[in-house]
Design a binder for this molecule. Structure first.
Ligand code: LMR
Length: 403
């Protein structure tokens, strides 16, 4: 490479804290390697399943599909409608009064980015507030949209629970039109969620302080249930708050690589909805023109067909229950391997992840000595555990903690 070459001044970017870990894991030659890095659900045999409801919907779609022409800029209409109902409930007045705008996006990440670009166009002076800690990609997404990003207190390592007072008091002092990123359920990375009473207080606060809530809803059905997990965003909707919701079917339909998500914006009235939609379409058009069809068509079939929907609900419950079971087994097996620390809090956390409290140093030892991969923050994907890999996982952790 000569100094005069076009890209000679370009520095190496750091690997992604989550997907970079998958790259390192794939390159690891250790036959015993296990990854608890990326948030991907695996079944009891360690496979990332194609759900039966998805297989049936795909077969049906294969028969039905008549063209590969472009989709509209905002995606599959039947999908967008079904998403609104799934999020807000069939009887939501916000839907009936056309106060709900939904566009199909490339997964939940795509929804966050389209939402971030939209907000940047109209709330240029705002700061984005994310939880401490938050999903590693949140900060980067909002920074790349041009926002300063700050954090509000969230996780309390002393109690392994929520620092609600810290969170509430910080948010209470934010200037109007601050953008507050909230995780609707199954907080990533901690698995610690506000209670319904605490959500009600946050909704009040958003209203009285004129904040812009941006609700990330990537794990619907993995916490307490498909309907139950929508509590937070339905509370915002009922309070007539204008807000943004990013949702995803990567996890709940195991459609990761199909990139099926949506951005929903709750507005004040039908006219506002029309204008908001027109702006979202501009952003999409100048980024990727219009979305791919397959995943959204499959999701729409599942959500709109009674039988497929029932099958899917069973499958979501199976995934949720298996993760919960693995939480219990994980804590039991750690203890059976002589770990003295109390990890009972792991059974209280919700969703795919657990914030184990393991230090970065421990995480690196696990990676280097045992080819066991966790995110540097100590986050472990419980949804990647199974009866076969659990003994090795727990032996490795026990052995490093005893050093
Ligand atoms: C995760 O947090 O592991 C998942 O949401 C996958 C991702 O894109 O990071």
């Amino acid at each position: 490479m000569s100094d005069s070459s076009l890209f000679s001044q370009i520095q190496q970017a750091p690997p992604d804290p989550i997907l970079g870990l998958t790259e390192a894991f794939n390159a690891d030659q250790n036959p015993k390697k296990v990854t608890l890095g990326v948030g991907v659900y695996q079944n009891s045999t360690g496979k990332v399943p194609v759900l039966t409801s998805v297989r049936h919907a795909e077969a049906r779609w294969f028969e039905q599909e008549t063209t590969k022409s472009y989709l509209p800029i905002d995606g599959v209409a039947a999908y967008n409608k079904a998403v609104q109902i799934l999020l807000l409930g069939a009887d939501s007045p916000r839907i009936a009064q056309n106060q709900t705008v939904t566009v199909q996006t490339l997964g939940g990440t795509g929804a966050l980015k389209i939402g971030a670009d939209f907000l940047k166009n109209f709330f240029n002076q705002s700061t984005v507030w994310i939880s401490n800690p938050s999903w590693e990609n949140h900060r980067q997404i909002f920074q790349s949209a041009g926002f300063p990003v700050q954090t509000y207190p969230y996780y309390d390592p002393k109690t392994n629970g929520l620092d609600f007072d810290g969170m509430y008091n910080t948010i209470k002092n934010l200037p109007a039109k601050s953008i507050v990123l909230l995780h609707a359920c199954c907080h990533n990375p901690t698995g610690v969620d506000p209670t319904p009473e605490q959500w009600t207080k946050l909704v009040e606060l958003s209203k009285t302080h004129d904040l812009i809530p941006f609700i990330d809803f990537a794990y619907q059905g993995f916490g307490d249930g498909i309907e139950e997990d929508a509590f937070a965003l339905r509370s915002f909707a009922q309070a007539n708050i204008s807000c943004l919701i990013a949702n995803s079917f990567s996890k709940s339909m195991s459609l990761y690589r199909e990139r099926v998500g949506a951005l929903t914006i709750l507005t004040d009235d039908a006219d506002e909805s029309k204008r908001v939609l027109s702006q979202l379409k501009r952003i999409i058009r100048t980024n990727y023109s219009n979305p791919p069809a397959h995943g959204a068509q499959v999701a729409a079939l599942i959500l709109n067909d009674e039988k497929l929907r029932a099958q899917w609900e069973i499958e979501v419950a199976q995934m949720r229950n298996r993760i919960q079971q693995m939480r219990t087994e994980f804590v039991k097996t750690l203890s059976a391997n002589g770990v003295k620390q109390n990890f009972d809090f792991i059974t209280q956390q919700k969703g795919m992840f657990s914030y184990t409290g393991l230090s970065k140093e421990t995480v690196h030892k696990l990676r280097n000595q045992f080819a066991l991969y966790l995110v540097d923050s100590g986050r472990a994907c419980i949804a990647a555990m199974n009866e076969k890999n659990l003994p090795y996982i727990c032996q490795s952790i026990a052995s490093v903690l005893k050093e």
